[in-house]
Design a protein around this ligand. Sequence first.
Ligand SMILES: Nc1ncnc2c1ncn2[C@@H]1O[C@H](COP(=O)(O)OP(=O)(O)O)[C@@H](O)[C@H]1O
Ligand SMILES: [Mg+2]
Length: 373
Amino acid sequence: MDAYQFPLGVASDEYFCNRTAETELLLCNIQSSTHTVIIAPRRYGKTSLAYRAIAKCGYPYVKIDFYMATDHRDIERAIIKGVNSIIAQVTGVTEKILSSLKNYVKSIKPTLEMGSDGVKLVLEPSMQVSATENICEALQILNAVLEKNRQKAVLLMDEFQEVERVAKDHGIEGAIRHVAQETKNFSVIFSGSKRHLLKSMFNDRNKPLYRLCDEIALERIDAKEYQVFLKPFSLQKWKKVLSEDAFTQLMICTERHPYYVNALLRVLFLQKTLPDKEDVTTEWFKLSARKKEDLFHETNALSIVQRKLLIAIANGTTQEFTSKHFLSTHKLAASTVIKNLNDLRADDFIEKIEGNYSLVDPLLKTVIEHAWP
Ligand SMILES: Nc1ncnc2c1ncn2[C@@H]1O[C@H](COP(=O)(O)OP(=O)(O)O)[C@@H](O)[C@H]1O
Ligand SMILES: [Mg+2]
């Protein structure tokens, strides 16, 4: 092992650290056709976890990505494309199955297409009916095809919060529920960031997906798991393990945020000699200098009040934002502060753990601390 490519995208194989309990749980759910929703801020490892469990189950799967969807028809297209992909993976689609689907088919046209790798069934939605009806029908057809073939499958619906953002009131969630609550042949893994929005989609009594799923709220990975995980890499690279000091510094700088742990490890593993605590700190600051522009760009749309709050939190204020002292120092009204804290939370800029607010992104924290101490 010469090059160490700690991934900035999906982590798999030896680069996948721990998450054993979550993987087991997700695998069990997939095998028992229980639907799951994985909730965490972006870059916590939702997609990696989903792929890990899917790889273990060995079922045909598809990732349906709603990222950048702009309306309900985009959502419809993405789902039907996903359904077509699963159907193409399921062997043994024949004329007989096609004719047996007649019971389900109202507006979608299933046709057999001759491709380079044989015949495949393709669903074509009708533009005359609503996106919701097409989605419902496509999922029912998928279920029927899987049932006929005695197959199971997994649908990974990533960035699912976008459905509510771009297609609210189109009834798409209701259509998914309608089929998903009956099916024994496929399970859906819903995954997304924007925790508040996603949680309300699945936990509000009056929402269609209420209690459809088992929920996995992904936390950061424990330091002791990272220590075990890093040992073989470090031994192989430097014939030594990282000192306790250096390792602790890695955990402190990155705050165990999985994306930043990897980002920092990537540069540390370029060093010829075993990095010490100072090397870890130095590389972290270099990273913050390189990423500064990007991070500021992400905060561009924030209001003045939100900026003030972010700066205060980055510099260590964790609570008492409505105290007389805080309000008068920043010339703010309590109601304004409360509203803006909630907005920052809804956008995953900050989180509240055991009553204390903190920034979600450890590098943004470092950048703000240095720019606005
Ligand atoms: N179990 C894990 N072990 C090590 N690194 C991980 C793990 N899960 C995710 N990561 C890393 O965290 C970052 C985000 O992972 P990803 O699965 O894309 O997150 P999300 O889907 O939540 O945005 C990537 O750099 C990935 O390599
Ligand atoms: Mg993802």
